[in-house]
Design a protein around this ligand. Structure first.
Ligand code: UDP
Length: 377
């Protein structure tokens, strides 16, 4: 066999794993069915501005190890995500913080806001779903203004049917801190995410436009170990049924002005507006005056077989189906990872951490480790 590893998917998980394997002296081939690398973190220049082609990607992490790792391959700027919400034509500070509550209720101090929240909260001893949980934190008015419409269109499900883990990603603060993330490390790669992926894949053979599932018998001959980062249900020909995803569509507009909306992200939280957010990419790159600006309007779409999968829908039923798939993986031959392979709503840092951990397990595995096994006595 020509390679030690065949890695299917040149996204963040595949590229990180490939980098680790190559650094350890393994022979690696990376393939991707798309004509380009980078998976869904890919950025491309439009009018000199890095455009996040598959939705906004802000790198943030609590992990010094992941931050250190990723900084080996990119220089990050100091972008901090402070999105705004537009609801019925009015703008609000977001994520929910003291200023949001001031805009809603006129409360000015943490004590005033807390007293108001105590009246608003809908107590629930064991919140079992997204709606119950958020109502127990902030009450109905905040829920209806910021969460209900956005969540319903994003997931096309009743928030009562969704796990609260989706919303627990967002902080709720009784300070004026409007940083979307509670992580100590945050930024955007100054050369974009495609350059970051290229750096991870430096010195590694990459073939794009190669569809593993269409030619797996031949491709499997290339390496004893295969790292697969695509959809796990497709890997098994949907044997236990389909794992659904949310998909998105993106409309890109170029405006002949320096600044269109004054912020990287504005969320549209009312149910009647089909899009969830508008993203002005130049703000991620912290660019000053520009000739024009690029704005993407993001609209959730209906899932179908050939749609691009963006978000796993981690209901109990789907997670149970995922487990069925996981149980039949031939772990000796295949390693299945990443957002699609693990059916997890991973952020980029979690994807990297997962790939680094997978590599660590790989070298610790007796059969793969270079160490000869000890004879039994
Ligand atoms: N969300 C919301 N209103 C908003 C922003 C987010 O209700 O203005 C909810 C929604 O359910 C969403 C979840 O919070 O799916 C997570 O949002 P996040 O911005 O973390 O999602 P991502 O950037 O990954 O799409």
């Amino acid at each position: 066999m020509t390679y030690d590893y065949l890695i299917v998917g040149a996204g963040l998980f595949g590229a990180t794993f490939a980098q680790q394997a190559r650094e350890a002296g393994r022979r690696v081939l990376v393939i991707d069915k798309r004509p380009v690398i980078g998976g869904n973190i890919r950025t491309e220049k439009v009018e000199g501005i890095d455009v996040h082609l598959h939705g906004p990607h802000i790198f943030h992490t609590k992990s010094p190890r992941v931050w250190e790792f990723v900084n080996r391959f990119a220089t990050f700027n100091h972008f901090v995500n402070r999105p705004k919400v537009c609801y019925r034509g009015q703008l609000f500070s977001f994520p929910i913080n003291l200023f949001t509550l001031y805009q809603m209720w006129g409360t000015k101090t943490p004590a005033e806001a807390e007293a108001r929240l105590q009246r608003e909260r809908v107590p629930c001893e064991t919140p079992r779903n997204l709606e119950d949980w958020i109502l127990s934190q902030v009450g109905r008015e905040i829920y209806e203004t910021f969460i209900q419409g956005y969540t319903t269109k994003q997931w096309k499900m009743d928030p009562k049917e969704l796990p609260s883990s989706i919303i627990r990603r967002l902080p709720i603060r009784l300070t004026f801190d409007d940083n979307y993330f509670a992580d100590p490390y945050q930024g955007i790669p100054v050369d974009g995410y495609t350059a970051l992926t290229e750096r991870l894949l430096e010195g590694i053979e990459v073939r794009t436009g190669v569809d593993y599932l269409a030619d797996r018998a031949e491709l499997d001959k290339l390496a004893p170990r295969i790292v697969y980062t695509g959809r796990i249900d497709e890997f098994f020909d949907l044997r236990f049924g389909e794992l659904p995803y949310r998909t998105l569509s993106f409309r890109q507009d170029v405006y002949e002005q320096s600044d269109h909306q004054g912020n990287a992200i504005i969320n549209y939280t009312e149910a009647d507006i089909p899009h969830t957010r508008r993203v002005e990419h130049k703000h991620f790159a912290m660019m000053g005056e520009t000739k024009c600006t690029v704005v993407t309007t993001e609209t959730p779409g209906t899932w179908h077989k050939n749609a691009t999968p963006y978000y796993p829908i981690n209901t109990a039923e789907n997670d149970q189906r995922y487990k069925q798939y996981r149980e039949v993986v031939d772990h000796e031959r295949f390693l299945i990872g990443g957002r699609l392979g693990e059916y997890r709503y991973y952020d980029m840092d979690q994807t990297i951490a997962s790939a680094l951990a997978a590599w660590k397990r790989e070298v610790e595995k007796p059969a793969i480790a270079a160490k000869p096994s000890r004879p039994r006595v």
